[in-house]
Design a binder for this molecule. Structure first.
Ligand code: NAD
Length: 357
């Protein structure tokens, strides 16, 4: 029997609630699909800062490195916003990404037919949306040096550096090619090469690498136009390939096409070693502790973990089919409620999905 060791980082806010649901479902899937899953829980984010004064303790990072995959819920709370930047929960995320060398972030955005009316855009605009954002995750302006504040000037200044070398662009382009080849073979590379030198290198490198694969059709788009096109005609996209900053913004925009941020999973990967699978949403402090969060983004992240991280495709299919069934039977959590549906709590939604597995 196959055995997997995964690390579960429940983090902060709604994290523990959606993690509880995921644990239960992963255990049932393991039983039904004949594999063993050891779930090791570690502190990460604000809760780890409370205990160890560090949002990403070494012990947590070491355990993640030794695992087959990491399932992360979410971190953060307004109460940590006044801490020094490196002690904040969100800095823990950057440390985890760096420690595991997770240079590729993958966010699928697919409309589930039963949720067509949940989108804030017209049904006919979103009904065929099925795209993936491939975002470079450990380079660009979030990591570029030098960075900092200049205080010895008349007026305070602050600055960051947006920098990529061609090797960083090549490896993320190769991931996008791999994914596009499993889909419609279309890559749209998003940059701002009309203004930024770093984007010109991005564009030239992407063209160079993609031209080696004759199956791939490449288009380029400036980031401002891409934002507009994502709300005007999102179904034109198959794979969107972009840098860290632009990907951060565009993937949240794309997320809202589906109606709720509570529905979107993501995977952060490197070429070998464990990936981190996590919902796109944050810790939702406004609803934490109320048992009303939508656990589906976390469950879809668990599904990506089963498929990509553990090669347990059938279990992943089983989970996604169960989610679709519960949604098409009209059950919703509060974030998706449209007046006609039966509104379930987080744990009740978990139970309904578990029953369908
Ligand atoms: P958020 O995603 O936590 O919440 C935005 C809105 O969406 C809120 O109204 C929230 O209630 C709702 N929401 C989010 N997830 C939901 C779910 N599963 N079910 C139902 N509703 C849901 O974003 P925010 O409010 O900007 O940030 C809150 C905290 O989370 C901050 O500290 C932020 O830094 C952190 N954050 C963490 C991550 C992460 O862990 N990867 C990502 C984004 C933000």
């Amino acid at each position: 029997m196959k055995k997997y060791k995964i690390v579960l980082l429940s983090g902060d806010g709604i994290g523990p609630e959606i993690s509880e649901v995921s644990k239960k479902i992963l255990k049932k899937l393991a039983k039904n699909h004949n594999f063993e899953i050891e779930i090791i829980e570690k502190l990460f984010g604000g809760i780890a800062y409370e205990k160890y004064g560090n949002p990403a303790p070494d012990e947590t990072l070491e355990q993640c490195k030794k695992s087959d995959a990491v399932l992360l819920a979410c971190v953060g709370d307004i109460k940590y916003d006044s801490l020094e930047r490196e002690l904040r929960p969100e800095s823990g995320l950057l440390k985890l990404r760096s420690a595991l060398n997770l240079f590729a972030n993958i966010r699928p955005v697919k409309i589930r037919k039963s949720l067509l009316d949940a989108s804030s855009l017209k049904k006919e605009i979103v009904e065929n949306v099925d795209l993936i954002v491939v975002r470079e995750l450990i380079g660009g302006i979030y990591f570029g040096k030098p960075r900092g504040h200049i205080t010895n000037t008349k007026i305070p200044k602050a600055f960051n550096t947006m920098v990529y070398d061609s090797a960083e662009i090549e490896r993320i382009t190769e991931i996008a090619i791999k994914i596009a080849n499993q889909r419609n073979k279309k890559i749209c590379s998003v940059d701002k090469s009309n203004v930024l030198e770093v984007s010109q290198l991005w564009r030239d490198t992407v063209l160079n690498i993609t031209s080696k694969d004759k199956n791939i059709s490449l288009s380029n788009m400036y980031v401002d136009n891409a934002a507009m096109q994502l709300v005007r005609d999102p179904s034109q996209f198959d794979v969107i390939l972009t840098s860290n900053l632009f990907g951060d913004i565009l993937s949240d925009l794309a997320a809202m096409l589906t109606g709720s941020i509570g529905m979107l999973p993501s995977a952060s990967l490197n070429n070998n070693g464990p990936g981190v699978f996590e919902p796109v949403h944050g810790s939702a402090p406004d609803i934490a502790g109320k048992n009303i969060a939508n656990p589906i983004a976390m469950l879809l992240s668990a599904s990506m973990m089963l498929k990509i991280g553990l090669n347990e495709e059938e279990a992943a299919e089983n989970l996604e089919t169960a989610i679709d069934k519960v949604l098409s039977n009209g059950f919703r959590t509060a974030d998706l409620a449209d007046g006609s549906a039966e509104v379930l709590s987080c744990s009740e939604m978990g139970d309904k999905i578990t029953d369908e597995i």
